[in-house]
Design a protein around this ligand. Structure first.
Ligand code: DUC
Ligand code: ZN
Ligand code: ZN
Length: 470
């Protein structure tokens, strides 16, 4: 037999083209693209349905060690299982350094958490929270050379944040060693100052989380991160951009010729600050994430940025905490002031169906732009292309066949370990009918077909991407 698997009658969409063909798969890779291929040990008829590359979710948090009592609901098993069922075949979560910990130890610990559990392939970003001379001069350069070529720095959160000098030091390592720095841009002092004032007024319900993190604090930090990257002369990527004011800073930077990449996430398209509550109900804790969702007008600006090239990647920022859980949104079992509520919402499984349905099928975005944002660009930005993120001869056979059908999102039908989804009840027009990972069916449209431990670790190469000029 010429192929282990032959997918017939596919309407293939890549970041650049859409065409009809058969896909011949051998040894987990795409071996041939063409019409009338013969000789598959197994055949699947796509019957003209759209086939895209499996998604690359370049920003998700799985089993990340947390300060107690918080604990993430998803480990590598449940998180990557839900990824597969939502069409995502590569995830890049974060090996997070705790202050005082060596970066190498954080990476080793994180491998232990992933080992034997992943359903799809995975790489690691690093989180650098303690850039000691040892980290900057030895650990980080060595880890970059071993395939950990991207790292996130935080401008907020006491246990993670860096000052400007530390950010410059980390950016300088990225420049000298060809890595990509990702930045969580919010001004920590402004947030603390606002939080204390809200608390003094008794405004501690979940909805006040959004009041403590207005767009100004994101704008200021975004501008500062851009200035620091300009000083070092290195590209950076601003993660989870929420709306107008950060967008304006990034557009300004691009107009100066600076290489600034940007990422946004489903919560900034489909949620608003009202989802954190219009009264003091605790339910709004479900949608607490940072930066917070904004309003309808900002959602439109995010859609525009997705279309015109402002955004390079669309990630879930899956940060899974149960609602009804002492380790989740109710720390210690209590309804607590917003500052103590873990930040983050789940989204690995719903990322692609939301954007396919509300973007592509609603006529807001071409299928090619969808592929670019959700698979090709993240694979390029983090050094996994062309093995991942495209449909080409030699690439891994990571594919999604799309079923265009009515779907109502129900948490009971998702595969993560979180006890809610912020998108409960949303009506979509599509869902992956089949997900293939390295030529193996991991989701058949009805049930998981995978097994924990089949996913492999992917060392990343040098980031290879340029911002699209709009
Ligand atoms: N930042 C993230 O990247 N994820 C979850 C929460 C946060 O603040
Ligand atoms: Zn962040
Ligand atoms: Zn995140």
């Amino acid at each position: 037999m010429a192929f282990d698997l032959l997918i017939r009658n596919a309407r293939v969409a890549t970041a650049s083209d859409t065409f009809d063909c058969d896909i011949g798969i051998r040894g987990g890779r795409i071996a041939q693209l063409g019409s009338g291929l013969e000789g598959g040990a197994r055949e699947i008829d796509a019957a003209g349905r759209v086939v895209t590359p499996g998604g690359v979710d370049a920003h998700c948090h799985l089993d990340q060690p947390m300060e107690g009592p918080a604990r993430m609901a998803d480990n590598f098993d449940s998180g990557t299982r839900s990824a597969a069922c939502g069409g995502t075949t590569t995830v890049i979560p974060f090996a997070a350094q705790a202050k005082g910990q060596s970066l190498r130890a954080a990476v080793q610990d994180y491998h232990g958490r992933a080992e034997g559990r992943a359903h799809v392939d995975y790489a690691f970003h690093l989180i650098v929270s303690d850039p000691t001379p040892q980290v900057l001069e030895e650990e980080l350069p060595a880890l970059i050379a071993e395939g950990y070529t991207s790292f996130k720095v935080y401008m907020t959160y006491d246990d993670l944040k860096l000052d400007d000098g530390q950010m410059l030091d980390v950016f300088d390592v990225a420049r000298r060693h060809g890595a990509l720095a990702m930045v969580h841009a919010e001004n920590a002092d402004c947030i603390e100052w606002l939080t204390k004032r809200l608390e003094a007024l008794g405004r501690t319900a979940p909805r006040f989380h959004a009041h403590s993190r207005p767009m100004l604090v994101e704008r200021e930090a975004t501008h500062r991160a851009i200035a620091l990257s300009q000083l070092v002369d290195v590209p950076i990527l601003i993660v989870h951009v929420s709306g107008k004011e950060a967008i304006e800073q990034i557009r300004w930077a691009r107009a100066q010729g600076l290489t600034i990449f940007a990422e946004t996430c489903p919560q900034y398209l489909f949620l608003t600050a009202e989802d954190l509550g219009i009264d003091d109900s605790y339910q709004g804790a479900r949608c607490i994430c940072s930066p917070p969702p904004r309003d309808k007008a900002n959602q439109e600006l995010i859609w525009n940025g997705l279309n015109d090239g402002l955004f390079t990647v669309f990630s879930s920022d899956h940060a899974p905490f149960n609602y009804d859980d002492p380790a989740g949104k109710k720390p210690g079992g209590a309804e607590v002031p917003f500052r103590h509520i873990p930040n983050g919402i789940a989204g690995l499984e719903t990322r692609l169906p939301l954007l396919y349905s509300e973007g592509v099928l609603a006529g807001r975005m071409t299928i090619n732009r969808f592929v670019e944002l959700t698979a090709t660009n993240p694979a390029k930005a983090y050094g996994l292309h062309p093995r991942k993120g495209t449909i080409a001869i030699g690439s891994d056979a990571d594919l999604v066949i799309w079923d265009e059908r009515e779907v109502t999102i129900r948490n009971s039908q998702l595969h993560h370990a979180v006890d809610y989804t912020p998108y409960e009840g949303m009506h979509l027009k599509a869902w992956p009918g089949l997900t293939l990972s390295r030529g193996e069916v991991v989701w058949d449209g009805k049930s998981l077909q995978s097994r924990a431990g089949r996913g492999r670790f992917l060392p990343c190469g040098t980031p290879s991407i340029a911002p699209r000029r709009s």
